[in-house]
Design a protein around this ligand. Structure first.
Ligand code: GUN
Length: 292
């Protein structure tokens, strides 16, 4: 078993990004500038956005964090997005999800101008991805592809089972893994909450990408020995042995599954760090495409 080490790979990619920013500035370009919108104070969202802002500082980007109240109207939120669309100093915009119940995430995402859509969630970005055209890839699937690339894992001809069908991870992952390229060229099965006999599918998988959002959902009896395991889950569970009273676990039962896998991502320090890399690479690309 080899650990797919998010600390190692993200460290390497962040060094590349820093160097590219330095070169871009030497050519007269401006620092890439990411604007993040956080609505309300969901603790997990606070942590994710905080980490994104911190990474901007580390990589020599500018960042703006817009904190908005949980009871903001959809129209007022869209007006904030439009202001950022029209602000020439901003290269990338992200609206942290989930949003409060009364706001349609689709309406807000649709309001982001596609040339600043560094999360890759806008229908234009997703459509371009589907067609294999250059675009901003959604950050988590992009980060997973970067990780497979770093470890030179040849996925050609593999059976890849993706568990989860969200617009953010599961669905784009199936597109990227089946595209003509490497990583890619896999035969992909998408499983979800209505899939019958999930275990029959996962047991024939050479690579499992688990994006379900349920702690330790993928157990050792569901995994073929030698399979590659990509765990996208970040779930907080009670743990009285910890000072905080809780700890993070993935969607995969790591302790049991790791020994029979060929490669596996840990949680934390796995895919989560790669998501940040995907976002930062998209923001740098946005700045360059905007030619500032
Ligand atoms: N919520 C969970 N993952 C993400 C992400 O990648 N981007 C945004 N904006 N919100 C999220």
């Amino acid at each position: 078993m080899q650990l797919l080490d998010g600390v190692l790979v993200s460290g390497h990619i962040k060094e590349q990004i820093k160097q590219e920013v330095t070169e871009w500035q030497a050519e007269g370009g401006k620092k890439p500038h990411l604007a993040a919108i956080l609505v309300g104070n969901n603790p997990a969202s606070e942590a994710y956005v905080g980490s994104k802002v911190k990474h901007c500082e580390e990589l020599g980007f500018d960042s703006t964090l817009l904190r908005l109240p949980a009871d903001i109207s959809e129209a007022a939120l869209i007006a904030e997005v439009e202001q950022l669309n029209n602000d020439d100093a901003i290269d990338g915009i992200l609206v942290q999800l989930p949003l409060p119940e009364h706001i349609s995430p689709d309406s807000v995402i649709n309001a982001i101008t596609p040339d600043k859509d560094v999360d890759g969630f806008h229908p234009i970005s997703q459509g371009r991805m589907l067609l294999g055209q250059p675009t901003f890839l959604p950050a988590t699937p992009y980060g997973i592809m970067l990780m497979l690339e770093y470890y030179k894992i040849d996925t050609t001809g593999m059976h890849c089972v993706v568990i989860g069908r969200s617009n953010i991870v599961g669905t784009p992952m199936t597109i990227l893994m089946s595209r003509n390229g490497n990583p890619g060229n896999a035969t992909v099965t998408m499983c979800h909450s209505r899939t019958k006999n999930l275990k029959e599918h996962t047991l024939s998988a050479d690579i499992i990408i688990a994006a379900i959002g349920r702690p330790k959902y993928v157990t050792v009896d569901m995994v073929k020995p030698g399979a590659i395991i990509i765990d996208v889950g970040i779930n907080r569970i009670d743990d009285p042995t910890k000072k905080s009273g809780s700890r993070l676990v993935g969607d995969v039962d790591f302790d049991d599954v790791a020994p029979i896998s060929s490669y596996i991502t840990p949680v934390p320090k796995g895919v989560g760090l790669m998501t940040i890399c995907g976002l930062m690479k998209n923001t740098l690309l946005a700045a360059k495409l905007r030619g500032r």
